[in-house]
Design a protein around this ligand. Structure first.
Ligand code: NDP
Length: 297
């Protein structure tokens, strides 16, 4: 029987008090849970303690205080630095650990393997929305690992608000969704940032461009659905926009940018991917053919 059976199930520990860790702890407090907090650098828990959080003097003391520990630090190098200290690992034995820090699927699987070796019950997770959404209906959490363990802790995790989705028993699955979704977010943000620079060089303000940029964004939801189906089916249809035509428009972006001395290397890479697809004989396909070609050696 695990060591935590005499502890209140409505108790939780949060390790890591950056903007996200603080938001998680605040949501647990708002839900009336006994919340113990710890951060590597002292002094980040002031507001939380004022609201009733218990400040632990060490990470080991923090994890010993609750049957469930949520860790949310910058990445898994950081969570390893905290969790793999001998006294912390020992204190976690028989407890549940949920790692909501972001990193790669392999790091998540490696952490599950480490946890298993030390008798720690482990769930991995990813947070897909910004800190201010935590505790609101807009928050989005992804979870992976043993489903039974997820179900057991689901009521406490629900205090974080929003939508929680268990993606499967493969511990790396939440991180796999996370990196795929971050891929979209950062390339889209980089594209928009670049567009703002090109527009500014042409005397167009951000405010002038933004309504039309919103128009592009409005196309994307149905575009995403269609491209996903096309890629899953392996059809890579170029009926609406063959990649030869797409590559031509990419070249316009490169030339217009470089005429203003603006680095166009990202678009050059994208155009290069399109040209490679054409060179491989898929010129009548759509841009989604890149998804198949990009992994070829
Ligand atoms: P950061 O990603 O900047 O992480 C800060 C936290 O990591 C602090 O608690 C910091 O401690 C700790 N940390 C860093 N290095 C170490 C280390 N070597 N040992 C121990 N602790 C360390 O801030 P956030 O709180 O915003 O993010 C936490 C996680 O949540 C990240 O993985 C992030 O990607 C994810 N996330 C954040 C979102 C947001 O809106 N902020 C949105 C979605 C996900 P110290 O104070 O001592 O430096």
């Amino acid at each position: 029987m695990s060591v935590h059976t005499d502890q209140s199930p409505a108790a939780v520990t949060v390790l890591g008090l950056g903007p996200m860790g603080r938001a998680l702890a605040a949501a647990f407090l708002d839900a009336g849970l006994r919340t113990t907090v710890w951060n590597r650098t002292p002094g980040r828990d002031g507001d939380l303690v004022a609201r009733g959080a218990v400040a632990a003097s060490s990470a080991a003391e923090a994890v010993a205080a609750s049957p469930l520990t949520v860790v949310c630090v910058v990445n898994y190098d950081a969570s390893d630095a905290v969790l793999r200290q001998e006294d912390v690992t020992t204190a976690l034995k028989g407890h549940t650990l949920v790692n909501l820090s972001a990193d790669t699927p392999d790091r998540a699987r490696d952490t599950a393997e480490w946890a298993g070796r030390h008798g720690i019950r482990y769930l991995d997770g990813a947070i897909m929305t910004p800190a201010p959404t935590i505790g609101t209906p807009d928050a989005v959490f992804l979870h992976s690992g043993p489903e039974e363990l997820y179900r057991e802790h689901r009521p406490v995790l629900a205090a974080l608000g929003g939508t929680h989705t268990h993606l499967g028993e493969d511990t790396g699955r939440a991180a796999a969704y996370d990196v795929a979704l971050l891929d979209i977010f950062w390339t889209a943000t980089a594209g928009y940032t670049h567009a703002l620079a090109v527009a500014r060089a042409e005397g167009i303000t951000g405010a002038e461009l933004a309504p039309f940029a919103q128009g592009i964004a409005a196309i994307l939801p149905s575009h995403f659905t269609e491209l996903a189906a096309d890629t899953d089916a392996g059809t890579y249809s170029g009926e609406v926009n063959p990649i030869t035509s797409a590559a031509s428009t990419m070249a316009h972006v490169v030339h217009a940018s470089e005429a203003h001395g603006i680095d166009a290397s990202v678009m050059r890479v994208i155009e290069g991917q399109a040209r490679r697809v054409i060179a491989l004989g898929h010129g009548t396909d759509g841009f989604t053919r890149v998804a198949e070609v990009i992994g070829r050696s």
